[in-house]
Design a protein around this ligand. Structure first.
Ligand SMILES: [Zn+2]
Ligand SMILES: [Zn+2]
Length: 135
Protein backbone atom coordinates (compact mmCIF):
# COMPACT_ATOMS: atom_id res chain seq x y z
CA UNK A 1 0.00 0.00 0.00
CA UNK A 2 1.46 3.32 -1.05
CA UNK A 3 1.81 5.84 1.73
CA UNK A 4 2.69 9.48 2.04
CA UNK A 5 5.44 10.59 4.40
CA UNK A 6 7.13 13.87 5.19
CA UNK A 7 10.46 14.62 6.78
CA UNK A 8 13.06 17.30 7.36
CA UNK A 9 16.49 18.03 8.81
CA UNK A 10 17.11 19.55 12.22
CA UNK A 11 17.55 23.15 11.02
CA UNK A 12 14.53 22.84 8.73
CA UNK A 13 16.21 23.97 5.52
CA UNK A 14 15.90 20.56 3.88
CA UNK A 15 12.47 18.94 3.70
CA UNK A 16 10.96 16.18 1.62
CA UNK A 17 7.90 14.16 0.76
CA UNK A 18 7.93 10.48 0.01
CA UNK A 19 5.26 8.38 -1.63
CA UNK A 20 5.76 4.66 -1.42
CA UNK A 21 5.95 1.82 1.04
CA UNK A 22 8.63 0.95 3.56
CA UNK A 23 9.46 -2.72 3.09
CA UNK A 24 12.45 -2.98 5.38
CA UNK A 25 13.45 -1.26 8.60
CA UNK A 26 16.92 -2.13 9.86
CA UNK A 27 18.99 -0.88 12.76
CA UNK A 28 22.57 -1.05 11.51
CA UNK A 29 25.33 -1.27 14.13
CA UNK A 30 28.28 -1.34 11.68
CA UNK A 31 31.33 0.82 12.37
CA UNK A 32 30.45 3.23 9.54
CA UNK A 33 26.93 3.86 10.87
CA UNK A 34 28.39 4.26 14.35
CA UNK A 35 30.87 6.90 13.19
CA UNK A 36 28.40 8.83 11.06
CA UNK A 37 25.64 8.88 13.67
CA UNK A 38 27.87 9.27 16.71
CA UNK A 39 25.75 6.65 18.43
CA UNK A 40 25.10 2.93 18.52
CA UNK A 41 23.36 2.48 15.17
CA UNK A 42 21.59 4.03 12.21
CA UNK A 43 17.85 3.37 11.78
CA UNK A 44 17.18 3.07 8.07
CA UNK A 45 13.96 2.45 6.18
CA UNK A 46 14.05 1.01 2.66
CA UNK A 47 11.32 1.90 0.19
CA UNK A 48 11.67 0.16 -3.20
CA UNK A 49 10.18 2.13 -6.06
CA UNK A 50 9.22 5.05 -3.83
CA UNK A 51 9.03 8.59 -5.14
CA UNK A 52 11.12 11.15 -3.25
CA UNK A 53 10.48 14.86 -3.73
CA UNK A 54 12.55 17.57 -2.08
CA UNK A 55 10.10 20.25 -0.94
CA UNK A 56 12.84 22.63 0.17
CA UNK A 57 16.58 22.98 0.46
CA UNK A 58 17.79 20.40 -2.09
CA UNK A 59 20.73 22.72 -2.77
CA UNK A 60 21.84 22.34 0.87
CA UNK A 61 22.30 18.56 0.59
CA UNK A 62 25.82 17.15 0.53
CA UNK A 63 26.94 13.58 -0.08
CA UNK A 64 29.62 11.37 1.36
CA UNK A 65 30.56 8.07 -0.25
CA UNK A 66 32.89 5.74 1.60
CA UNK A 67 35.74 4.81 -0.77
CA UNK A 68 35.96 1.13 0.20
CA UNK A 69 32.31 0.15 0.47
CA UNK A 70 28.76 0.90 -0.66
CA UNK A 71 28.26 3.12 2.36
CA UNK A 72 26.86 6.53 1.42
CA UNK A 73 25.29 9.34 3.35
CA UNK A 74 23.31 12.42 2.37
CA UNK A 75 23.14 15.23 4.88
CA UNK A 76 22.20 18.87 5.34
CA UNK A 77 25.30 21.05 4.96
CA UNK A 78 24.09 23.39 7.70
CA UNK A 79 23.03 21.07 10.52
CA UNK A 80 24.55 17.74 9.44
CA UNK A 81 21.32 15.78 9.76
CA UNK A 82 21.06 12.60 7.71
CA UNK A 83 18.44 12.91 4.96
CA UNK A 84 17.14 10.31 2.49
CA UNK A 85 19.20 8.91 -0.35
CA UNK A 86 17.46 8.29 -3.66
CA UNK A 87 19.44 5.22 -4.74
CA UNK A 88 18.15 5.16 -8.30
CA UNK A 89 20.69 2.54 -9.39
CA UNK A 90 19.21 0.19 -6.78
CA UNK A 91 15.64 1.36 -7.44
CA UNK A 92 14.95 2.35 -3.86
CA UNK A 93 14.94 5.23 -1.42
CA UNK A 94 16.78 4.86 1.89
CA UNK A 95 15.22 7.01 4.61
CA UNK A 96 16.83 7.69 8.01
CA UNK A 97 13.91 7.01 10.37
CA UNK A 98 14.86 9.95 12.58
CA UNK A 99 14.41 12.39 9.69
CA UNK A 100 10.68 11.62 9.41
CA UNK A 101 8.09 14.07 10.69
CA UNK A 102 5.24 11.67 9.96
CA UNK A 103 4.51 8.57 12.05
CA UNK A 104 5.49 5.06 11.04
CA UNK A 105 3.32 1.97 11.10
CA UNK A 106 6.29 -0.36 10.75
CA UNK A 107 8.56 -1.48 13.60
CA UNK A 108 12.27 -2.16 13.33
CA UNK A 109 12.65 -5.66 11.89
CA UNK A 110 16.26 -6.44 12.68
CA UNK A 111 19.49 -5.30 14.26
CA UNK A 112 22.17 -5.89 11.64
CA UNK A 113 25.98 -5.95 11.69
CA UNK A 114 25.90 -6.81 15.39
CA UNK A 115 29.24 -8.50 14.76
CA UNK A 116 30.92 -5.09 14.59
CA UNK A 117 28.91 -3.19 17.18
CA UNK A 118 30.61 -1.04 19.82
CA UNK A 119 31.65 -2.88 23.00
CA UNK A 120 29.40 -0.49 24.94
CA UNK A 121 26.41 -1.33 22.74
CA UNK A 122 24.85 -4.03 24.88
CA UNK A 123 21.29 -4.05 26.28
CA UNK A 124 21.14 -0.26 26.01
CA UNK A 125 17.38 -0.32 26.62
CA UNK A 126 18.04 -1.71 30.11
CA UNK A 127 19.46 1.64 31.27
CA UNK A 128 16.97 3.62 33.39
CA UNK A 129 14.55 5.84 31.42
CA UNK A 130 13.57 9.44 32.11
CA UNK A 131 11.08 11.65 30.25
CA UNK A 132 13.71 14.44 30.06
CA UNK A 133 17.25 15.16 31.31
CA UNK A 134 17.43 13.80 34.86
CA UNK A 135 18.43 16.29 37.56
ZN1 LIG B 1 19.57 21.25 8.21
ZN1 LIG C 1 25.75 0.37 8.97
Amino acid sequence: MSQHHTGSCLCGQVSYELTGEFKKFFLCHCSRCRKTSGTSHCANLFAPGAELTWTSGAEHIRFYRHPDSNFARAFCQTCGSNVPIDAKARGLVVVPAGSLDSDLDIKAQANIFMGSKGNWDDNLNQAPCFDAMPS
